[in-house]
Design a protein around this ligand. Structure first.
Ligand code: F6P
Length: 380
């Protein structure tokens, strides 16, 4: 019997966090279940810092559907199974997961909802192995969580990128330039690919296809020969040239922890080389955090609400240790074990690593086929 539940939002924020929180709280109230939110994701769980969420009384979970960010915050790099801390002036990593388990038990939470990406769900699975009832909800603008066709936040990011491409089109055409747009996507090129199609780009470079710069130059020149004196290029931050390296601006925590590299520069690299090779002026725009902030699209509001309501329904049915997913276009759930992939060992690695089960763009996907059909160059 579920009477008291807690939500945590973890990892990089996306538009739609609040819409999921609101849907969980509203559904919980329908079932007479009390709802709480840990402040700043797993960090809040470790510090036992939580607040009451309701649509009446404190009203925190009311009026938040269109709001960006997260009313309960979120934290990045907070893997409580491998937590960065300081001891005697030295940085060390400790497993604090048992403190979290104790907090959940002492607070009397019957279920923990974990809103997050790959790393968050890996930790959620690890908590389930320690006897905690968890239900995950897949979040990330990168759309790369395993076992679901779409994550909340992704559609908003694509929409922002698509709008940026419309704007780059008019200025690029006016000044006969190559306009490069760098979008997010560490290991998967979903945003780049889909926004290239919706924004009418000529070239899309994604992490899954190491690009051959000769092919990209060829595409620009081919357009020029047709009298088109501008080109629009979308570059995922994780795109790399054939035989080349990822563009990394910074390595955090000496390579320790989750997502220990900060990517950047992939778009600038492409713009520079295209200018050299084609003689056309090239400009790069980095869309960055614009893709994560602000109000969610109508699609993301609906998807987030569906995910939140489903998560609560699963809790009422007593179906724990699962992730809400969209499968064949329908709401469903899968075992967190399937989501974790090869990251089986408890606390070993948490998210966005070679061992994790990231959902990448596959070459037989409709988006790839469509892009190729209409002549978008994918750098191969
Ligand atoms: O995982 C989502 C994401 O948006 C990545 O595409 C990007 O590399 C990363 O977050 C950046 O996050 P932050 O700078 O907040 O660590």
């Amino acid at each position: 019997m579920v009477r008291r539940v807690a939500i945590l939002a973890n990892g990089g924020d996306v538009s739609g966090f609040n819409a999921v929180i609101r849907a969980i709280v509203k559904s919980a109230e329908k079932y007479g279940v009390e709802c709480y939110g840990f402040v700043e994701g797993y960090k809040g769980l470790l510090n036992n810092d939580y607040i009451k969420l309701s649509t009446s009384g404190n009203n925190r979970a009311s009026g938040i559907l269109p709001k960006g960010g997260s009313i309960i915050g979120s934290s990045t790099n907070a893997n409580v199974f491998h937590y960065k801390t300081e001891e005697n002036g030295e940085v060390v990593y400790r497993d604090f997961s048992d403190i979290c388990v104790e907090n959940i038990r002492n607070d009397g939470f019957d279920c923990l909802f974990t809103l997050g990406g790959d790393g968050t769900q890996k930790s959620a699975r690890d908590f389930s192995l320690k006897g905690i009832n968890v239900i995950g909800v897949p979040k990330t603008i990168d759309n790369d969580v395993a076992c679901t066709e779409v994550t909340f936040g992704y559609n908003t990011a694509v929409s922002v990128a698509s709008d940026a491409l419309d704007r780059l089109h008019t200025t690029g055409e006016t000044h006969h330039r190559i306009m490069v747009l760098e979008v997010m996507g560490r290991y998967a090129g979903w945003i780049a690919l889909e926004s290239a199609i919706s924004g009418g780009a000529d070239i899309a470079l994604i992490p899954e296809i190491p690009y051959d710069i000769d092919k990209v130059v060829e595409k620009v020149n081919q357009r020029r020969s047709l009298g088109k004196n501008f080109s629009i290029v979308v570059v995922a931050e994780g795109a790399a040239p054939l035989g080349g390296q990822l563009s990394v601006v910074e390595t955090r925590d000496n390579g320790e922890g989750v997502d220990n590299t900060k990517l950047g520069g992939a778009g600038e690299k492409v713009a520079k080389i295209l200018q050299e090779r084609t003689g056309m002026e090239s400009r790069c725009t980095v869309l960055g955090y614009m893709q994560r902030g602000g109000t969610p699209t109508a699609y993301d509001r609906v998807l987030s609400t569906k995910y939140g309501a489903k998560a609560m329904e699963l809790a009422i049915e007593g179906k724990f240790n699962v992730l809400t997913v969209i499968k064949d276009g329908k709401l469903d759930s899968v075992s967190l074990e399937d989501v974790v992939g090869q990251n089986k060992e408890i606390g070993a690695v948490s998210g966005n690593t070679a061992e994790s089960n990231i959902r990448k763009v596959t070459m037989d996907h409709d988006l790839v086929k469509t892009a190729r059909s209409i002549g978008i160059c994918l750098g191969d």
